[in-house]
Design a binder for this molecule. Structure first.
Ligand SMILES: [Zn+2]
Length: 412
């Protein structure tokens, strides 16, 4: 049912029977397009009952290839214990512990379908782990370019999955640059290399869009009033919006849409800045720094699509400081029993802010995406815990000194 690929910038069509990257004319992101009219006649939500509880239950709207699956998708939609009408979509329960499993399951499926051999990716962490795992499952080579300070779990899992790792002293944008050098070499095409960078190949969006199908199915084919999504590369946001458009064309939902909310770290918030300034694309964020490594994307490739979706959906973009994110991570663990990735916990910060401004009302159904498990960030969280303890200790040790200097005029 996959008919062609379509450029999101100029609308040009490209054949879907061979590997494609971005639009050769304007470097626009390519979207997979299907014969939705035929799917509408032959498939309905009722037929989903009893299907495998993975993202491949929606294979009617995915490319027709033999899936490389580790059981990704159909993650729980947990009602919040703290806020009625709030749901936490817990993507931490995916294989490799993050939402990246969906996009890479789809991308590696298509890579194997096209007989590609060496899959390369620049990654801030979890995408690398997912590519490594799915490549292992497919019997393909994974080549990872990651910043040297990624969470330890990402580095170790890639090693165990048998991936080739290149550690870069820099950010994900520096990793992408390194990969670009490799692309210009003679062996790139000859040896079957392929770049599965975020939004630079068309099928990661297809995997991620299943989150949109799941939100609809798990809420009984009703749209929530809002979706809060931690936005690094933003593929999930793009994918969900695409899913809603497909579902409307299929007659599964109406024209209603959730307000789409981007949350970023204040240490790297290119989308928030562009949104606040009313721009249609973002600028490279200089000196990006945040403990939420998945949000350390200084300029998302799909920025023009993300900003368009925020506008069309009457959404907004919110930032959260690392201190707020850490506090929310601990709060979610204690209040909800969910040990979230810092990126996911940022959604709670955004929800609190949007409730306090009246953007969301208590009766609005809002879905918060926890994009991964906190277990993959133990070293990051431990380091911050140590730093907090140390600063508390040094504050304490400063007190006696202060008392000595000040003689009898002390605080005690
Ligand atoms: Zn184009």
């Amino acid at each position: 049912m996959l008919t062609h690929l379509e450029c999101t910038r100029c609308g040009e069509h490209y054949p879907a029977d061979r590997p494609q990257t971005v639009c050769p004319k304007d470097a626009g992101i390519l979207y997979a397009r299907y014969d939705l009219a035929t799917i509408k006649r032959t498939f309905s939500p009722a037929r989903l009952a009893g299907r495998t509880p993975t993202m491949w239950r929606y294979d009617a709207v995915l490319p027709d290839a033999n899936p490389v699956s580790l059981g990704e998708g159909f993650t729980p939609m947990l009602p919040s214990r703290e806020y009625p009408n709030v749901y936490i979509k817990d993507e931490g329960l995916n294989p490799t512990g993050s939402f990246k499993a969906r996009g890479l399951s789809a991308a590696v499926t298509m890579a194997r379908h096209f007989r590609l051999k060496k899959l390369a990716i620049p990654s801030a962490g979890n995408a690398a782990g997912a590519l490594a795992a799915y490549s292992a499952a497919a019997g393909l080579e994974a080549h990872i370019f990651m910043p040297k300070d990624v969470p330890m779990a990402n580095r170790i899992e890639c090693d165990y999955y048998g991936a080739q790792i290149t550690l870069i002293d820099g950010l994900i944008s520096d990793c992408a640059r390194k990969l670009a050098e490799l692309k210009n070499s003679d062996s790139w095409e000859k040896d079957g290399w392929f770049d599965v960078s975020t939004t630079k190949e068309p099928y990661r969006v297809e995997g991620k869009k299943t989150m949109g199908y799941e939100v609809a199915e798990q809420l009984g084919w009703r749209m929530p009033q809002g979706i809060i999504y931690p936005t690094g590369g933003g593929v999930g946001l793009l994918g969900m919006w695409k899913a809603f458009e497909e579902m409307e064309a299929l007659g599964w939902i109406g024209s209603e849409r959730p307000r789409m909310i981007t949350v970023q770290s204040s240490g790297c918030a290119p989308i928030v800045k562009a949104w606040d300034e009313g721009k249609t694309s973002s600028e490279m964020w200089i000196n990006a720094a945040t403990l939420a490594s998945g949000l350390r994307v200084p300029k998302p490739y799909g920025d023009y699509l993300i900003l368009d979706i925020l506008k069309k959906s009457h959404g907004t973009a919110v930032s959260a400081t690392d201190a707020e994110i850490l506090d929310a991570t601990r709060h979610w663990a204690k209040a909800e029993g969910i040990f979230a990735a810092p990126e996911g916990a940022a959604c709670l910060v955004a929800y609190r802010k949007l409730r306090s401004t009246g953007f969301f009302k208590p009766e609005d159904t809002v879905v918060l995406f926890n994009t991964g498990t906190g277990l993959k960030y133990l070293d990051v969280l431990d380091e911050h815990m140590e730093r907090t303890l140390l600063s508390a200790k040094s504050a304490q040790s400063a007190k006696p000194a202060h008392r000595q200097i000040a003689g009898i005029i002390g605080p005690y």
